[in-house]
Design a protein around this ligand. Structure first.
Ligand code: KG4
Ligand code: ZN
Length: 385
């Protein structure tokens, strides 16, 4: 059934999101009522296939295996999610997919599926920067207004940004070597805790004493909010080499506490910068990305926010790690602003957040919108808020 596209505010916007940039094959369908306030969408379908078992024997994500697994799973998951949401393709307003950054093979699989659906069903394509998916994830389930300070800590990235709006990010600092999640994964590998490393380290740390092993706090006290985690991982290795016996739980707790201390120290600097740049004294501070699922780190950041007069926010655990709903949500935000992607949009392995906010990028996206309006019957500029 084709729904009417003639009113200035469509009754519902329905977006399919596809995530395939690493080792989770994830799809979601979200729906937002044009009049709902606050604008929290309903997640009407959600499926996720974790490839962890396929990668575990290799001790890390193998790009070739990941790409093949995405290619095998996406069609099955797509069929499953359409049944779950009880809709057909004509009910979907746009297809959002991760186009960057990440493992290129997997991204290409998701992007090609999205392009195929867009062409076959004459729907707009919306390419999403995976980091933007994480950056906007708190708004998927809660009313978190712009601007906010964001600690984005995942397996591939560790950055502090000010999120001013969709497509408007200011990078305050980032890691100069390993990402925080990567450090968790490497420590888990050294201790042979299996994959995924972060949850395994956190679980063991629950039984340990964080004060047992002295570990460095790289870059602590410096005046720009950057991170460095590779020295921390090396320090963990050195403890193993220099001690006859170690208590794994104590080592995990000490490591987790060191990462947390680095976050706290760097976020204090970032909060000052946030206030200077926005003029907001008591801002909102968000942690997102896989590492944000860590309860100890969430607790410590919450304490810091209380001390500094900031409001702390973290997405529900399942939306910290990679998921389809955050991609669908980023797609929804772009859809409402009429920001679309051309069908020849190229996947990218690297793509820092913030570069697409240029006036040129926005003008190109609006040019695509105008082409779509010409090509798709009943679609007009009124359909985009
Ligand atoms: O955001 P994400 O799912 O994928 C990327 O975009 O990278 O993050 C995955 C990373 C992995 O490094 C994983 O070990 C880490 O997040 N992670 C955690 C926890 N859960 C996942 N790190 C610490 N504690 C956790 N509970
Ligand atoms: Zn991610």
């Amino acid at each position: 059934m084709q729904k009417s596209q003639t009113t200035s505010q469509p009754p519902f916007v329905t977006i399919l999101g596809i995530e395939s940039s690493c080792d989770e094959t994830a799809l979601a369908i979200i729906r937002q009522s044009g009049s709902s306030k606050p604008e929290i969408p309903e997640i009407i379908g959600e499926v996720l296939y974790s490839q962890i078992e396929a990668h575990s024997p290799y001790g890390g994500v193998v790009p070739e295996i990941a790409a093949r697994a995405h290619a095998e799973r996406i069609p099955l998951l797509l069929s499953e999610i359409m049944t779950q949401a009880n809709i057909n393709f004509s009910d979907i307003d746009a297809i959002a997919t991760t186009s960057e950054p990440g493992l290129i093979g997997g991204i290409l699989v998701g992007l090609m599926v999205a392009k195929g659906i867009a062409v076959a069903h004459q729907k707009p394509l919306i390419c999403i920067n995976h980091l933007e998916g994480h950056a906007l994830s708190p708004r998927l389930t809660d009313d978190v207004p712009f601007p906010y300070l964001l600690l984005l800590a995942s397996g591939g990235h560790c950055q502090i940004l000010i999120v001013y709006d969709i497509d408007h990010y200011e990078l305050l600092g980032s890691t100069i070597d390993d990402a925080a999640g990567e450090a968790f994964d490497k420590v888990a590998k050294i201790l042979e805790l299996g994959m995924p490393g972060g949850p395994a380290v956190e679980k063991l740390a629950l039984e340990g004493n964080p004060q047992t092993y002295p570990l460095p706090r790289p870059l602590k006290g410096t005046d720009t909010p950057n991170f460095s985690f590779s020295g921390l991982k090396t320090a963990v290795m050195r403890i193993l080499e220099t001690h006859n016996t170690i208590n794994q739980a104590d080592l995990c707790a000490s490591f987790q506490n060191a990462v947390s201390d680095c976050f706290i120290d760097r976020m204090q600097i970032a909060m000052q910068l946030f206030t200077q740049k926005t003029g907001i004294q008591s801002g909102i501070c968000v942690v997102a990305g896989g590492v944000a699922a860590n309860q100890y780190i969430r607790g410590k950041l919450d304490q810091l926010c209380q001390k500094k007069g900031f409001t702390f926010h973290a997405p529900p655990m399942k939306y910290c790690t990679d998921n389809g709903a955050m991609i669908a949500y980023a797609g929804l935000e772009r859809y409402k602003r009429g920001i679309f992607s051309p069908l020849d949009y190229a996947a990218k392995a690297r793509s820092p957040l913030g570069t697409r906010g240029s006036p040129l990028a926005l003008a190109q996206a609006h040019a695509v919108r105008d082409q779509l309006i010409k090509a798709i019957p009943n679609l007009s500029e009124d359909n985009f808020a």
